[in-house]
Ligand binder design. Sequence first.
Ligand code: HEC
Length: 210
Amino acid sequence: MKRKVTISQVVTIAFVAVVMLSCNRVRRSPGRAYMPDMTYSRAYETYYTSTEQLKQKGINYDGTPVSGTIARGDMLFIYPFKNDSVGYAQSGTVHNPLVVDSINMTEAERLYLVNCGICHGPKLDGNGPLWKGGDGPYPVAPKNLMGDDMKVLPEGTMFHSVTYGKGQMGSYASQLNVKQRWEVIAYIKKMQNGAAAKPATVTTDSTATK
Ligand code: HEC
């Protein structure tokens, strides 16, 4: 028995074949990108090791704030020195812009214990849980903030080191804003001076009458 294949049957079979073949193909390319900005993410790539790598991809974003700008709600204070040895040497000329007497020391102490106590210790003696007299997991001894060298360290230099980091200590600029950094430093200075909280540098007025 001869079978007659009609035109419409051929068309149907061809159509089904095309559909099946096209379903079989895994598309790996999005085709022509009409608006590349929207097709490819310009987001910050977390695991890139350097902004240079991002620049090579044509991404100029490096995650740091534009220099000279201040975050909304932050204090109007621009630290003038760069993260280099010259900046470190000059940092001592900078003074705490806050009125120290009006600082909430309970809050300053809280900030210290949250951010610094783990290394520098709740007693500021450089013996926090991460160091534990050398038995802790931290490889280098944190500074004893009650030591004589730290008592004479100017508050501006403390700000410099806390802002940019020093040696094995990282920067705290992203954890504490400018005001909070100065509050923590005021707390350290107060503790260093003992119960009689005196300003760090006392200038004697020779004309004062007793
Ligand atoms: C992970 C441990 C660690 C934490 C947390 C830490 N520090 Fe340090 N800190 C160190 C080490 C280590 C040094 C010694 C750095 C050096 O001189 O090489 C140091 C040094 C310092 C110095 C002396 C800087 C100088 O110029 O000599 C100050 C001041 C200081 N830290 C303040 C702070 C404050 C304030 C915080 C909290 C905001 C803090 N640290 C948090 C480990 C830490």
